[in-house]
Design a protein around this ligand. Structure first.
Ligand SMILES: Cc1ncc(COP(=O)(O)OP(=O)(O)O)c(N)n1
Ligand SMILES: Cc1nc(C(=O)O)sc1CCOP(=O)(O)O
Ligand SMILES: [Mg+2]
Length: 502
């Protein structure tokens, strides 16, 4: 795959820790090709900023024109703009890009350096509000910037929400309020994302280091690079926060003052990824996050390697699979009432017990509890509506569907019995709202999560693809049509069992 192009429109930092330099390091480390539009030249080191010199307007726009004619970006990150005029002009260019090829635009509204010095003319903030915000998909203010732009002091969760809402009303598609400067969040650095439809709170332990120069530039560039690689925004947010956490842990002094965030490549340590704040915790209560919660872990599986995992719609299929020696399987009946499926679920539970199989019931969790099923499989949407505590308290195993980093981290908080990772390839069995993950991402997800959960890959896995999927180290392969539409299903079951468990 060719590298996705990411532009950074920002100021040059002679000290190399922030601005264009941090952006290009980040884009490169995360697999993008970085292009730069320099808005200003700054003279700075780790201690202070001694000069901010805007580039000539013609030099600024020539860079934009040059890139737009040959190297259109999947995502654009905007950092320092030295004054309102450049913000206004840039807004006009962005409007045209959005009409022509729809790049994702992230604005990190740099106005004050971490050393406290003003970086831009006073007319920048009004121009951002009036001209730039309507052309921006995501703005990433810290507490100081949020207050400067919205007039709201983010001194409580309610005011963080209100400040973010104010920026969306000015035209920003979404807002990520960075929690690094929020002092009421204690030992957690908590970021808040809102796009008007959903809210996400991400928490990481606050890292005690004075070497955090370039943190905001790095975060926004990491988000842009992930989006340019087709990660959905929620995945880009958690990946970028992990990249910054990893970089803060590895940061060292270079110069007498605050050293730069380290650029250490794709994040692979689960400890660097943020927790998704879920209902039921003290933090969730403080943040005003309500909803169903659980009181502990779900029953663990007896093995990390769940093996071949067929997902079928009838008792007849279950019997056929069990007779062939399949021991992990699922009854997945869609769009019927409880009354219509109860008999089948009862029969499935009995069959599963007779064969001592790990038999999961999809969706119908009430009936699964009522009939003492081995386990239940639920989707992300179910998390908000199912009585998860009742499932847990009844001792049923719980499998949860996930489709990327954010959903994995969200599911992780519920401590389920296994995680399903989908959909790996295009599937015709189900209309999927997300894109196929592919093998490279599956590799990454398995490496990240395998120590904590049994993992199941699902979606478009044909017999031919099974060896490649198995090479990722995933302990189980779930499939529907590879069995149900095989010319000789019994032969297919035997071959698949051999391939996956043999
Ligand atoms: C093993 C496994 N993985 C994923 C799914 C999908 O479950 P869900 O997201 O609940 O969607 P539906 O199957 O209900 O359409 C699954 N069933 N099994
Ligand atoms: C039911 C289901 N759930 C998926 C997910 O990604 O959550 S993919 C999928 C369909 C799997 O069928 P097949 O093996 O025929 O592609
Ligand atoms: Mg379901």
């Amino acid at each position: 795959m060719t590298k996705p192009i990411v532009w950074t429109i920002a100021g040059s930092d002679s000290g190399g820790g922030a601005g264009i330099q941090a952006d290009l390091h980040t884009i490169q480390a995360l697999g993008g090709h970085g292009c730069s539009v320099i808005s200003a030249i700054t003279a700075q080191n780790s201690v202070s900023v001694s000069m901010v010199e805007p580039v000539l307007m013609q030099a600024f726009t020539s860079q934009l024109v040059s890139l737009a004619t040959d190297m259109q970006a999947g995502a654009i990150k905007i950092g320092l703009l030295p004054g309102g005029l450049r913000a206004e002009v840039l807004a006009r260019y962005l409007k045209e890009y959005r009409r022509q090829w729809q790049p994702y635009v992230v604005l990190d509204p740099v106005a004050i350096a971490s050393t406290g010095q003003a970086m831009a003319e006073a007319n920048l903030l009004p121009a951002i509000k009036q001209h730039l915000l309507p052309e921006v998909d995501l703005i990433t203010p810290n507490a100081v910037e949020l207050e400067a732009l919205s007039g709201i002091v983010p001194d409580s969760p309610a005011n963080v929400r209100a400040g973010a809402a104010a920026l969306r009303e000015m035209g920003a598609g979404a807002v990520l309020v960075k929690g690094g400067h929020l002092d009421w969040t204690g030992d957690q650095a908590i970021d808040f994302y809102s796009d008007g439809e959903r809210e996400i709170w991400l928490a990481s332990p606050r890292l005690e280091t004075r070497h955090g120069h370039g943190t905001g530039c790095t975060l926004s560039s990491a988000i842009a690079t992930a989006v340019a690689q087709d990660y959905p925004i929620e995945d880009a947010l958690v990946l970028a926060k992990a990249y910054v956490n990893q970089g803060l842990k590895g940061a060292e002094a270079i110069g007498a003052g605050a050293g730069p965030v380290a650029h250490l490549g794709w994040p692979t340590e689960l400890a660097d990824f943020p927790a998704v704040v879920m209902p039921g915790t003290a933090l969730a209560a403080q943040l005003g996050i309500n909803g169903p919660s659980t009181r502990g872990e779900f029953a663990p599986m007896d093995t990390l390697q769940l093996g071949l995992y067929p997902v079928v719609t009838t008792i007849a299929w279950l019997e056929r699979l069990l007779e062939q020696g399949v021991r992990t399987l699922q009854l997945r009946i869609k769009d019927k009432t409880d009354a219509e499926v109860e008999e089948d679920i009862q029969a499935a539970v009995e069959l599963g017990k007779r064969y001592q199989a790990r038999l999961f019931i999809n969706d119908y969790w009430r009936l699964a509890i009522k009939h003492g099923a081995y386990g239940v499989h639920l989707g992300q949407e179910d998390i908000e509506v199912a009585d998860l505590e009742a499932i847990r308290a009844a001792g049923l195993k719980l499998g949860l569907s996930t489709h990327g980093y954010y959903e994995m981290l969200r599911a992780r908080e519920l401590k389920p019995s296994y995680l399903a990772l989908g959909h790996i390839f295009p599937t015709k069995t189900k209309d999927m709202p997300s894109r196929p993950q592919g093998l490279e991402r599956l590799h990454r997800y398995v490496a990240l999560m395998e120590a904590e959960f049994p993992l199941v890959a699902i979606g478009g896995i044909s017999k031919d693809r099974v060896p490649l999927v198995a090479q990722t180290g995933v302990g189980s392969i779930a499939l529907v049509t590879a069995i149900t539409e095989a010319p000789d299903p019994d032969a297919a079951i035997r071959e698949l069992l051999e391939l996956v468990e043999g």
